[in-house]
Design a protein around this ligand. Sequence first.
Ligand code: SF4
Length: 165
Amino acid sequence: MNKILVSACLMGHAVRYDGRAKPLAHPAIEQWRQEGRLVTICPEMSAGMPVPRPPAEIEPGNTGEDVLSGHAGVFEITGGHVTHEFLQAAENAVALARDTGCRYALLIDGSPSCGSGFVYDGSFSGNRKTGSGVTAAALRRAGVEVFSHGDIERLIERLAAADGG
Ligand code: SF4
């Protein structure tokens, strides 16, 4: 069975920087849960980051790919340098995907870790930048197909094709 790595906040866990969840209400989530397909992780918490925590963004002009390549860092709004934690978070997610056989991931968009379509531009002003967060970029590098929460319908189609259904 094809398994799916999923952002913990999408599954209703209150693990976001602001201490809240962002549950995704979709019948496919409940079906996948019952089928035992879902593997839940909050990459940032897995790297030891607390809840709540200051919001963090990737250095202006860069994306998760640049962080993985060592060309950019991740900083909290308070100035804290959290690149190491974000790289550890990505490594943990890749390891969990590998160990549990997840070939797909469903991640919340916009996060500097889990974003897969956009991230914020590093100015903490709500401006978006096309690109991936650090964990999403690392998962893609590892061969995992990453879908944003807004793309769940595309993942449903992808799974149906992969399952032969
Ligand atoms: S790291 Fe990912 S799972 Fe954790 S709170 Fe941020 S978006 Fe959600």
